[in-house]
Design a protein around this ligand. Structure first.
Ligand SMILES: [Zn+2]
Length: 260
């Protein structure tokens, strides 16, 4: 009887010890976690620079209407019209800014949205895609960034799938700037309108920049039809862009509308 009691007691003590050790471990984990030093923090896509850490220095990144999202359950909206782009043919300056490959567009091109003009600034690439459509991630997504004001941006998202060689990208894919701060100037002029898919269908919702500062100032217009690029062209992008996509964010009750 006495022996049994000792056993019970030692089991109890053992459990108590484990519980204590666990709580100390958890407690010390929290306490000793290296806090992100925002004076030196450089955001990226992996490890302790990755998307999970962005909101430590840019609180907007944990907001309620963040992008990208998984596009599903969209509501058809008959009041939406085809996108009204007024793009000029221009020479392009391509830069590697350390996060993406960005094609700078000369001033003078615009998107007219709900009667207002948004100036086309640049377009850039994410490999793989940031938005997903019905859970499908594409190998590449292009973002065409337009600005009306600091708090009013409109970004067209174009998904890419592997298929035929893309004529628009042909003059660039052999000269993509591989290292941060590398750049390339195209000798010929191109018109970004030639990169848009044939189908005018798109999804639209209110969201944010997909990189810090994650500003919730973006009307997203994600084209429903992907465009095609060759496997060789895709490989040239992915050799430089290493998974530079933010994972999909919660919809938080937002409505996705569809123009077909
Ligand atoms: Zn982007």
């Amino acid at each position: 009887m006495k022996r049994l009691k000792i056993n019970h007691n030692s089991q109890f003590l053992q459990l108590l010890f484990i519980a204590l050790a666990l709580s100390l471990t958890l407690g010390s984990c929290k306490k000793d976690d290296p806090k992100v030093d925002c004076s030196t923090f450089h955001w990226g896509y992996g490890g302790d620079e990755g998307p999970n850490f962005w909101s430590e220095c840019t609180p907007d990144c944990s907001g309620n209407i963040q992008s990208p999202i998984n596009i599903t359950g969209a509501t058809a909206d008959a009041t939406l019209t085809d996108l009204e782009t007024h793009y000029e043919a221009v020479p392009i300056e391509v830069i590697n800014n350390g996060h993406t490959i960005e094609f700078e567009y000369e001033a003078g091109s615009k998107l007219t949205l709900f009667g207002a003009d948004y100036e086309l600034l640049q377009f850039h690439f994410h490999a793989g895609s940031e938005h997903t459509i019905n859970g499908t991630q594409f190998p590449l997504e292009i973002h065409l960034v337009h600005k009306k004001s600091a708090t009013e941006l409109a970004v067209i998202g174009i998904m890419c799938e592997v298929g035929a060689e893309n004529d628009f990208l042909k003059s660039f894919t052999d000269n993509l700037p591989a290292a941060t701060n590398d750049h390339f100037s195209s000798a010929t002029t191109v018109n970004l309108g030639d990169l848009l898919p044939n189908s005018t269908g798109y999804y639209t919702y209110g969201g944010s920049l997909t990189t810090p500062p994650c500003s919730e100032a973006v009307t997203w217009l994600v084209m429903s039809e992907p465009i095609q690029i060759s496997a060789d062209q895709l490989a040239k992008f992915t050799a430089i862009l290493h998974d530079n996509f933010r994972p999909v964010q919660s919809l938080n009750g937002r409505t996705i509308k569809e123009h077909s």
